[in-house]
Design a protein around this ligand. Structure first.
Ligand code: FAE
Length: 540
């Protein structure tokens, strides 16, 4: 698939080294070796499919696997690349420390979330390409999202957190918590291959000195410090540290993809879905319209694009059922546009509402010279500070893997910020807008301060002011965790069926009303497992 080959590359197929590393430690769901071979594709103009899934992230992958296991033929449409072919450097993904065209989705300059260092901007020019990380800009917020087969699993930190049960009612009030904690969270965790760092290794390795400093500071201020599970293969990481495996997490790889070690969806749910022989994927294809078809089912319009983002073909297909799994932003934008432009006029007034940023805010603290955080830092976070009940904040102790000693502690906080935004159709620009305002981050900042003001006061330290601009403490311009826009039991019924259109479903992060109290993908996966089980049992 030459379209998916990073520019300037000649190699074809997955390298042996990459294949071996990619399979190391794959857990319960990993399919037998033939799964690595994709079924035929891409989709043809005029095709008819039983189930069409828009997007290949968590929700889409769960839907595809379970539908296929139930005997349904599935076609997945993904606007990003397949990410299965190494570039001229032998790697599929580029490193966070030296981003090239593979890093960003159709940008000519990088847009790093942490965009300053020592007060200097760090972004650089790149050539326009369908890279793996999209920094999608709305008026008051930049929303980071993964682009490619595997969605957000390609770029995320892999932190796989099940929310505390006492917080669940606030996350999904209409969902039976007994079923989620008894059946669907365990199923999701098994399917994703979730594991936890070995505590003896955590306590001894240089690579997590930054997190041990984070633990010491949290505990000296009386905050609970909790280990956080991850889908990174922890045994593989120990081999990286021992020098017996090619480094990925220990070589600065994360934001623009991990070449080894991380169990992205390509290695878990999607591998098993492909192994059924009933799932086909069309990368570099973008769904632009879904409307009722004259003879029943739905007409779906799809643009095929090249690696500079130009449309090379427009295809019209029909599908008996369509699953919206384009992520909170992708699904919301499609539904809002389709309602406003008359393709799906009967969608209800809840479509586009209830969007939140999962309360994301970032900050750094400047430590004393006797508290170095280490020049060698793993890119994979493994722990957090839990002040949710008292202060509304859960802070990941995040790495700052610059390769030099920075004396900085860095945190991504998830907060209980109550602000919610709405997507709406802008007929003048022909785009969907989001009315989030930067000032709406303030409640989240105040909640994060319940942790860091106290730690700074205990330690006699200060906030870093050089990471997000010139004298700017808070990273309040972004989110990694978009949620909502087609909220469960509001825009859809209690299982994701879209009101007004039998056979249309939402099955991704847009179902969740703006916040999960922790990192979201385990909840997105578990909810998708719950909903697809019901849909298969009752609708098919
Ligand atoms: P998602 O994974 O975004 O998949 C949607 C897919 O649909 C994407 O592949 C899109 O390219 C594709 N798409 C969109 N529109 C179209 C269209 N019109 N036609 C065809 N395809 C389309 O959705 N979460 C955690 O729980 N733990 C973490 O450690 C963590 N770290 C993160 C770090 C970063 C940098 C980022 C960006 C996110 C992180 N997240 C993390 C969030 C997590 O990845 C996100 O919640 C999920 O990926 C959302 O899953 P969905 O299935 O909703």
């Amino acid at each position: 698939m030459s379209d998916n080959t990073p520019r300037g590359t000649g190699s074809k197929g997955v390298s042996r080294r990459g294949f071996i590393a990619g399979t190391v430690g794959a857990l319960a769901l990993t399919a037998h070796p033939t799964a690595a071979r994709a079924a035929a594709g891409p989709i043809g103009n005029g095709a008819h499919v039983a189930a069409l899934v828009i997007g290949t992230g968590y929700g889409g992958s769960v839907a595809a696997l379970r539908l296929a296991q139930a005997g349904v033929d599935v076609h997945m449409i993904e606007m990003g690349m397949a990410w299965d072919t190494p570039g001229s450097d032998g790697k599929i993904f580029c490193s966070t420390l030296s981003p090239d065209n593979r890093s960003y989705w159709l940008r000519t300059r990088t847009k790093a979330p942490l965009n300053y260092f020592l007060g200097f901007p760090i972004d650089r020019d790149i050539s326009r390409y369908t890279g793996v990380l999209d920094a999608e800009e709305f008026s008051g917020i930049t929303v980071y999202q993964g682009r490619g087969v595997g969605g957000g699993s390609l770029v995320n930190g892999g932190m796989a957190v099940t929310p505390k049960r006492e917080n669940f009612a606030a996350i999904l009030p209409s969902v039976n918590a007994d079923e989620m904690y008894g059946t669907y969270y365990p199923r999701a965790n098994a399917g994703l291959g979730v594991g936890t760092i070995r505590s003896a290794w955590f306590d001894s390795t240089d690579w997590y000195q930054f997190a041990r400093v984070g633990r010491k500071h949290a505990q000296r201020s009386g905050f609970p410090f909790v280990f956080v599970p991850d889908v990174y293969d922890w045994n593989y990481m120990e081999q990286e540290a021992a020098g017996t495996a090619t480094k990925s997490a220990l070589a600065g790889e994360i934001l623009y993809g991990n070449n080894y070690g991380k169990k992205s969806l390509q290695k878990t749910y999607i591998a098993q879905a492909k192994a059924t022989g009933k799932v086909t994927i069309s990368p570099l294809h973008k769904v632009t319209s879904v409307a009722p078809a004259a003879g029943g089912g739905y007409t779906v319009v799809i643009q095929q694009i090249n690696t500079t983002g130009d449309t090379t073909a427009t295809k019209t297909v029909t599908a008996d059922r369509v699953f919206f799994a384009a992520g909170s932003v992708g699904t919301s934008k499609l539904l809002v546009k389709l309602k406003a432009t008359g393709a799906l006029p009967n969608l209800n007034a809840e479509v586009g509402k209830g969007w939140g940023d999962n309360g994301n805010v970032m900050c750094g603290r400047a430590n004393h010279l006797w508290d170095p955080t280490g020049s060698s830092q793993s890119t994979i976070p493994c722990a957090g500070i839990d002040n949710w009940a008292a202060g509304g904040a859960f802070a990941e102790v995040a790495p700052l893997p610059t390769g030099i000693e920075t004396f900085a502690s860095f945190y991504l906080s998830i907060t209980k910020n109550p602000n919610r935004a709405q997507f709406s159709w802008n007929a003048t620009t022909g785009q969907v807008d989001l009315n989030w305002q930067t000032a709406w981050k303030q409640p989240g900042i105040d909640m994060a301060k319940t942790i860091f003001d106290k730690i700074n006061s205990t330690e006699g330290t200060i906030y870093r002011t050089d990471l997000f601009g010139v004298y700017k403490i808070w990273g309040d311009h972004l989110t990694y965790h978009p949620l909502g826009g087609a909220v469960l039991n509001k825009a859809t019924d209690n299982y994701g069926r879209l009101a007004g259109y039998p056979g249309l479903y939402v099955i991704d992060g847009s179902l969740i009303p703006g916040n999960t109290s922790v990192n979201p993908f385990v909840t997105i996966t578990a909810l998708a497992e719950r909903n697809i089980e019901k849909i298969i049992a009752t609708d098919l």
